[in-house]
Write a protein that binds this ligand. Structure first.
Ligand code: HPA
Length: 270
């Protein structure tokens, strides 16, 4: 595994001159930000040695190197989900490669179902914490030398970055909410009883991604910030049928606002 990670990182270094310190993972329906990147090099996942290939509709599967505003960034357009059949080592493989490439800060985005009764469809939720309800742990197995065997998780989502996002949202007049993201294995959306249970557990939003990547990034000492777009509601009395298309449409509608926050944050970090 470590050999594959190093091999992939070496291949990438051979194929691009860029050495960004910031990476962005663009989730379902959130590829818009990639259009704002002045692309220097891009690689289809299928051409990168050892990279898994993304299969979900709405995920194009590209690794992009370029400039966002005045900063160099690396962006993953499309991620690997557990429900697609990948194991957690595959799901988090790109994060291990990011570490090898010298990434220091990671921005993640996703679409999720809101369970907090104060949330509305289209809200941007700054992720303050998470609940890992995935069936397999990404750090299961021999410990990687990037971090301790028993990693502390009291600040998985960097507080300084959260504060920065709050100020930027305020300055720009962008409405945001905050909350805890719970990750399920999917691919089913939740039954009303499951939404109720997750909310009782302390989660404000539920989705099928992000948590494995954040755990591995944290274990690698990469600072993480995440935004979850509320694309449907798991709130009693407001639950309606939900489809992948609906989720993509709702995410699409507000992604420029999320892009605004990410762009400004990337500009401000060193
Ligand atoms: N549940 C799980 N994943 C999701 C949802 C949801 O309601 N919405 C978008 N992704």
């Amino acid at each position: 595994m470590l050999e594959q990670i190093k091999e992939t990182a070496a291949w990438i270094k051979e194929h691009t001159q860029m050495r960004p310190r910031t990476a962005i993972i663009l989730g379902t329906g959130l590829g818009h930000l990639a259009e704002e990147i002045e692309i220097e090099d891009e690689f289809s996942y299928k051409d990168i040695p050892n990279f898994p290939v993304s299969t979900v509709e709405g995920h194009s599967g590209k690794l992009i190197f370029g400039r966002l505003g005045d900063k160099d960034v690396m962006a993953l357009q499309g991620r690997f989900h557990y429900y697609e059949g990948y194991n957690m080592k595959q799901v988090t493989f790109p994060i291990r490669v990011m570490y090898e490439l010298g990434i220091k800060t990671l921005f993640v985005s996703n679409a999720s179902g809101g369970m907090n009764p104060n949330f509305k469809i289209g809200d941007l939720m700054l992720i303050t914490d998470h609940i890992n309800f995935m069936p397999e742990h990404p750090l299961h197995g021999p410990n990687f030398p990037t971090g301790p065997r028993f990693p502390d998780m009291h600040e998985a989502y960097d507080h300084e970055l959260l504060d920065m996002a709050r100020s930027i949202a305020k300055e720009k007049g962008i409405h945001t909410v905050e909350g805890v993201y719970l990750a399920t294995q999917g691919p089913t959306f939740e039954t009303p009883a499951e939404y109720r249970m997750y909310h009782i557990w302390g989660a404000d939003a539920v989705g099928m991604s992000t948590v494995p990547e954040v755990i591995v990034a944290h274990h690698c000492g990469i600072r993480t910030f995440g935004i979850s777009i509320i694309t449907d509601l798991g709130v009693e009395g407001k639950i309606v049928e939900v489809s992948h298309e609906e989720v993509q449409r709702a995410a699409n509608a507000v992604q420029p606002l999320m892009a605004d926050i990410f762009r400004e944050m990337v500009h401000r970090i060193d």
